[in-house]
Ligand binder design. Structure first.
Ligand code: NAD
Length: 370
C-alpha cells in the first residue's frame, strides 16, 4: 500500500469543521487498505497568530516543503481584523503559495445533476457540466513592475500596472493545461487578448509552440478572453480545460464558479514545479470558500468543497484517478438521495449537518469501492 505524506492545515472558522471530514475520509482509505496517508497537522491564519503572533511559522513552512501535498481549510475572521498587516491570517496563505512556487491554479466547475436548479443558468446549459479553469497564479499584471501611482502635479494622478509574461511562465502553465486535458476530454482552450495586448500575442504563440512540440495529440483552440467569457455563460459544456493568465483567470474562474451554485461546492488545487527529489509537483489543495464566521461552530458548513479538494489531491498528486472518480460519484449519489447542507437546500431535501454529510459521502464511497 502506497504511503503519502500530507500536511493538514485546518485554519480558522469552518476550516477545522470541514477538515474533520477529510480525516474521516483518510480513515476510510487506511481502513480499507486503499492508501495510507501519513498526516501532520499545523496551525495557520488566526489560529497560528493566537499561538505564535505570526500567521504561519517557519516550522510549519518546512513541513509544507516536505509534504507530498498540503491540504488547507480556510483562514480569517473578525477576531483578527486588527492584527498587524504582515501577520493577518491571509498572509499565511500567501506565504504558502509564494514559497511553494504554486504558479498553476486549477478550479474545476462541476455541476452535479441534483444541483442544476441552483445555477443561474438554465438546467440544460449546466446539468453534467465538468470543466476546468487553469489560471496562471504568480505572474502577469498583479505582480508586474512598475506598479505605481504618480502625482502629475496638475491635479491629476497617473496609475500604472504592468502586464508582463516571460516565455517560461507561459510554457509551464501551458504544459499543465495539456497534461490535465490528457487525463480528461483532451481539449485545451487558450484565452488571451492578442488583438490588443503584446502579452496576448506572446501567450498565443508560446502555447502554439508547446502544443506543436510536445502535445500534438491534444486538441487546441484559441479564443479571445472577452469572447471566452461570453461563451462560458452561453454554452459552458463546449469547454474542457481553459488555460489563461492571472487577470483573465481571476475573472473567468469566478464566472465559472457561479455556474455551479454554492461556494460550499467549489474545490481548487494549486500546483508548482516538479520537486527534483520526490519527482512530484509541489501542491496545495483548498476549498474556494473562506472561514464563514457567520456559520462557524454550528455544524452547518458544507464539507463538499473540502472533500472535493482532497479528491483533486488524489487525482493530481497521487495518480489515484479511479479513487478520485469514486469520490466524485459518492458526492453525486449523496446529493441525488436528497441530502443537503443548509447552503444548498432545496424543496423536499433533508437538511443535514457537516458531519452527517461527510458520513453519508463516506458511506456511499464504501459501497462504490466494495
Ligand atoms: P466566505 O467564503 O467565508 O463566506 C461567504 C458566504 O458563504 C457566507 O455566508 C458563508 O456562510 C457561506 N459559506 C462559505 N463556505 C461555506 C460552506 N462550506 N458551507 C456553507 N456555507 C458556506 O467569505 P467571506 O464571508 O467573504 O469571508 C470570511 C472570512 O474568510 C474573511 O476573514 C475572509 O478574509 C476569509 N477568506 C478566506 C479565504 C481562504 O482562506 N482561502 C477565502 C475567502 C475568504
Amino acid at each position: 500500500m502506497a504511503t503519502y505524506k500530507l500536511l493538514l492545515l485546518p485554519g480558522d472558522g469552518i476550516g477545522p469543521e470541514v477538515m474533520a471530514e477529510v480525516k474521516r475520509l483518510l480513515g476510510f482509505y487506511a481502513g480499507s487498505g486503499i492508501a495510507d496517508f501519513e498526516t501532520e497537522e499545523g496551525l495557520v491564519g488566526g489560529a497560528c497568530y493566537d499561538a505564535h503572533k505570526v500567521s504561519i511559522t517557519d516550522e510549519t513552512m518546512a513541513k509544507a516543503h516536505a509534504a507530498d501535498a498540503v491540504i488547507f481549510g480556510a483562514v480569517g475572521g473578525p477576531k483578527w481584523d486588527k492584527v498587524p498587516y504582515e501577520a493577518r491570517p491571509e498572509a499565511g496563505l500567501l506565504r504558502l503559495r509564494k514559497d511553494l512556487g504554486l504558479f498553476a491554479n486549477i478550479r474545476p466547475a462541476i455541476c452535479y445533476p441534483a444541483l442544476a436548479e441552483s445555477s443561474s443558468l438554465k438546467r440544460e446549459a449546466v446539468e453534467g457540466l465538468d470543466i476546468v479553469i487553469l489560471r496562471e497564479l504568480t505572474g502577469g499584471v498583479y505582480f508586474g513592475e512598475p506598479k505605481t501611482i504618480t502625482d502629475l502635479g496638475n491635479g491629476q494622478k497617473r496609475a500604472v500596472d504592468t502586464q508582463v509574461y516571460d516565455t517560461y511562465e507561459i510554457e509551464r502553465i501551458a504544459r499543465i493545461g495539456f497534461e490535465l486535458a490528457r487525463k480528461r476530454r483532451n481539449k485545451v482552450t487558450s484565452m488571451e487578448k492578442r488583438n490588443v495586448m503584446k502579452t496576448g500575442v506572446l501567450w498565443h504563440d508560446v502555447v502554439d509552440d508547446v502544443h506543436a512540440r510536445e502535445y500534438k495529440d491534444v486538441q487546441l483552440e484559441h479564443m479571445l478572453a472577452d469572447s471566452g467569457g461570453m461563451q462560458l455563460v452561453r454554452w459552458p459544456k463546449q469547454f474542457d480545460v481553459i488555460v489563461t493568465d492571472n487577470l483573465f483567470g481571476d475573472m473567468l474562474s469566478d464566472i465559472a464558479a457561479m455556474l455551479t451554485g454554492s461556494l460550499g461546492m467549489l474545490p481548487s488545487a494549486s500546483l508548482g514545479e516538479i520537486d527534483a527529489k520526490t519527482k512530484r509537483r509541489k501542491a496545495m489543495y483548498e476549498p474556494v470558500h473562506g472561514s464563514a464566521p457567520d456559520i462557524a461552530g454550528k455544524g452547518m458548513a458544507n464539507p463538499i468543497a473540502m472533500l472535493a479538494s482532497f479528491g483533486m489531491a488524489l487525482r493530481y498528486s497521487f495518480n489515484m484517478g479511479k479513487e478520485a472518480d469514486q469520490l466524485d460519484a459518492a458526492i453525486a449519489a449523496t446529493l441525488a438521495k436528497g441530502l443537503r447542507t443548509a447552503d444548498i437546500k432545496s424543496d423536499g431535501a433533508r437538511i443535514v449537518s457537516t458531519a452527517e454529510m461527510g458520513e453519508a459521502i463516506v458511506g456511499e464511497l464504501q459501497k462504490l469501492a466494495a
